[in-house]
Design a protein around this ligand. Structure first.
Ligand SMILES: Nc1ncnc2c1ncn2[C@@H]1O[C@H](COP(=O)(O)OP(=O)(O)OP(=O)(O)O)[C@@H](O)[C@H]1O
Ligand SMILES: [Mg+2]
Length: 427
């Protein structure tokens, strides 16, 4: 796709172009030849392998699911016979069975489109985000964010300029990868009870709404050229009373703020502004529930653009509860990387590194009794031109190892330098 001689890469992973819905049929992307597939960039270096041999994880998700083929064959919610050109989930690994609530969302969205209801473009946000209606046309069911309408992508409806070098709006991200990051945030939002299951419907600890990769064809999307099937994230629509932009943080329960802090620090979220936290309501007691959305800029390759709105909220200065500390202790970046790989996203090595380092910092921080503010402020720049502490640690670790050092040795160096920094700060 080009404009003014500039080629924009829409890096769609090869697997997604080759198989969908586990049936190994091609994605019929009309105008597919216009998509420049940059598999290597999206999947990381080809020899980066999260296999048993070089991965320190304690659980091997791929093995764990081997005996569960039956569950994959018989979904708990019957699949609709979808007109696959209209809407279809994109599932890279056929062993993965979508949770029933995800199927419900897909089916209802499909019914809405099939009944002739047009997607409604959100007035907010910098990319194309569409509210998808149910069959009655009265209720929003989901939000679709196509990759070609992301900020700085070729069909962005808000007239943002093209990215000349493919870099996304935030440092360390790529145009066209937002939807994968949205899905990754959902997958990695493990429930309080443990690792996210590939089959369960359990709500994640931070409450990232269920999100899945889909392809969808509709004339209601932004198509300056010919009508094409769009790849993007489909996220469950969450009822809300606005976002944290609309009210001061005083009324938010501490636990609600803390769950967002954990998510953002783990994923080194570069887009946590107040508009990206919706305010819902607990059914039983009417208390405010914070709903994190818009994770298209999480897991960047560098920490440069990390920003956390909650850093200046009073709740962030309160210590984590023992329950949350236990949750943080249970996190394992190796497992997370393996889980994403199982779902079809072989995390680029630099993004995997970010996840490793941010998880490491979070764990070391809580072991030292630090608050979300204490840890979070090490990840964010105080001013535009002043590197954050975490950036300094990464740099020092890079300087301390020989070129060609293994990732494991590099991470050991990060760990050592991080310990020194934390001990210094706390003394
Ligand atoms: N799951 C959801 N449930 C309800 N509303 C949502 C959901 N996701 C997005 N929205 C609404 O759509 C708007 C745009 O979505 P989103 O923030 O994801 O888009 P964006 O273009 O990436 O925004 P940004 O400018 O923050 O990068 C949100 O501000 C919110 O009002
Ligand atoms: Mg937003």
């Amino acid at each position: 796709m080009s404009s003014a001689g500039v080629t924009i890469l829409n890096p769609v992973p090869r697997e997604l172009l080759l198989s969908s819905n586990g049936y190994h049929t091609p994605l019929h992307l009309t105008g597919q030849d216009e998509l420049s597939v940059n598999v290597k960039e999206l999947n990381g270096t080809e020899d980066y392998d999260v296999s048993e041999n070089n991965c320190r994880r304690e659980r091997d998700v791929s093995k764990e699911e081997e005996g569960r083929e039956d569950a994959a064959i018989e979904p708990s919610v019957p699949r609709k016979a979808l007109d696959r050109d209209l809407l279809e989930p994109v599932i890279v690994n056929k062993k993965i069975e979508l949770a029933s609530e995800v199927w419900n969302m897909i089916n209802m969205t499909y019914e809405g489109l099939n009944s002739g209801n047009y997607p409604i473009r959100s007035a907010e946000g910098t990319g194309g985000a569409y509210f998808m209606l149910d069959s009655t046309g009265q209720n929003y069911v989901s939000v679709f964010k196509p990759i070609d309408e992301e900020p700085m992508a070729v069909n962005n409806p808000r007239g943002l300029p093209f990215s000349a070098d493919g870099e996304g709006l935030k440092k360390g991200t790529r145009v066209g990868q937002g939807a994968f990051r949205e899905v990754a945030a959902y997958i990695l939002d493990h429930p309080m009870s443990g690792h996210r299951s590939l089959f369960g419907d359990q709500k994640g600890f931070a409450g990232v709404p269920p999100t899945v990769m889909v392809k969808c064809l509709h004339e209601g999307f932004n198509h300056p050229g010919e009508l094409t099937t769009k790849l993007g994230s489909l996220q469950m629509f969450m009822e809300n009373n606005g976002s944290c932009e609309d009210m001061g943080p005083g009324a938010f329960p501490v636990k609600e703020v803390h769950k967002i802090t954990v998510l953002d620090m783990r994923l080194a979220n570069a887009d946590r502004h107040a508009g990206n936290i919706l305010i819902g309501k607990e059914e039983e007691n009417g208390q405010a529930v914070l709903i994190p959305i818009d994770h298209g800029y999480c897991l960047p390759t560098s920490f440069e653009d990390c920003t956390f709105e909650w850093l200046y909220w009073p709740q962030a200065r309160q210590p984590y509860s023992p329950e949350i500390i236990d949750y943080i202790r249970s996190l394992n970046a190796d497992e997370d990387i393996a889980l994403l790989k199982f779902h079809g996203w072989n995390l680029p090595v630099e993004c995997a590194r970010t996840l490793q380092i941010s998880t490491m910092l979070l764990k070391k921080g809580v072991e030292r009794g630090m608050t979300p503010f204490g840890i979070g402020s090490l990840m964010c720049r105080e001013s535009l031109n002043k590197e954050s502490v975490i950036e300094g640690i990464v740099k020092a670790a890079l300087d301390s190892v020989l070129p060609g050092t293994s990732e494991e040795t590099f991470l050991d160096a990060v760990s050592e330098i991080m310990d020194q920094h934390l001990d210094e700060i706390l003394s």
